[in-house]
Design a protein around this ligand. Sequence first.
Ligand code: UD1
Ligand code: CA
Length: 461
Amino acid sequence: MENNCAVILAAGAGKRMKSDKPKVLCEVLCKPMLGWVVSSCEQAGIDQICAVTGHGRELVEDYLAGRCATAYQAEQLGTGHAVLCAEDFLREHLDGDVVILCGDAPFMDSRTISQAHKAHAEQGNAVTVISAELDNPSGYGRIVREGGAVTGIVEQKDATPEQIAIREVNSGTYWFKVRDLLGILNEIKPDNAQGEYYLTDAVRLLLGQGKKVGAYTAETPDVVLGANDRKTLYRLNTIAREMIIERHMENGVEFVCTDGVIIDPDVEIDCGATILPGTILKGKTKIEAHAVIGPNSLIEDSTIGQHSVINATQVYQSAVHDQVKIGPFCHIRPNSVIHTKVKIGDFVEVKNSVVGAGTAISHLTYVGDSDVGKNVNFGCGCVTVNYDGINKFRTTIEDGAFIGCNTNLVAPVTVGENAYTAAGSTITKDVPGGALGIGRAKQVNREGFADKKLAGRKTKV
Ligand code: UD1
Ligand code: CA
């Protein structure tokens, strides 16, 4: 797709969504609709992308964060006007083709974009409209043909009763020769029912100049679907959820039951992994072969290695290596690395820490800002005391150390290789390798204490 570019129209407010966010940032499967469209362009091999922003400009620019160029449309005067706002960007690609897309139609996929471009190039068209056949075309622009050839696109509000009956609709995505598009953009006038500058008028104007116009009918009608309100957004979520789960099934991922399973479109899952009910996988997450995730787990921007098991647990921005067992009821917070064959049991929180291979943290423990070596054993109820109320400090636990039950490790502190801490200790000084650190009051037994205390007391039963 050398020299070709994309312009994504994303300036609309979407009032009916009743959201604080601009419409294009409303999410389908945890990913803004605009993100779906940008990904489709990138997957089609287009890296020169310009988004036209308007409503919520800062939010949209922040979301895109340098991923593509932007142009600003201060007032939303229509799709034709929106493209005109990207004129400077288009002039940089004068000899190429541009695909114009809607930022609120997330299912326009890379395959459809590429195939439409193939048809566009082969037929030597000035514009190729991507169309779809819908059972219910209501609300969409209709493709008007004469003797099979496309002669125009008419919006529902401007259509005659015969045109209303047409089931072939405009997806809102088109390939143009940039030079031809720029040649007519200024000719578009707002002389229609909505008083808007319609990009769809480009078809009629190019025909008027004797240029070739074509339509590429998408294989699946879903590519046209967009969201205008919460109900249609929910519908898109439902369609996308099924579509993505089916794609993973085709790739050999096992789902016993898909209740409550939500998988973000960018998640990768290797063949042989199992996803159990109630699992939500978000962001840049990768699940490797034979891992078992769920039930009731949430994983965001993390990698889970082969044969690892994540049960009723949440993992954020972390790497879990192979053959690790985590859960139930654990919280792996950002920037943690859990090495091979680690076992993390119930009610354990790990934050910003490295946990070495073979280490066991079985119950009720907090490991934060720590570097934990290999084959370390934590007893029940241990705490790395990493925060003094002002600053945070790191704890180092070297290979083979044994942290007794209910140990507090007051950072900064190091427990050396193969060292022990006595149960119930509060460790404030380094424990040398191989030593036993005891940091607790010595036990005193007062003989006969109970007899004195209970003298004369009546028992209840
Ligand atoms: C448009 C098409 C219609 C097509 C439909 C597919 C026109 C005139 N009509 O209608 O034929 O069937 O898309 O969804 O183009 N936008 C801007 N600036 C504006 C106006 C719109 O950036 O001034 C953006 C919107 O944010 C949206 C996209 O363009 O992402 C489409 O605009 P919208 O108003 O939804 O167009 P439709 O009426 O749906
Ligand atoms: Ca629309």
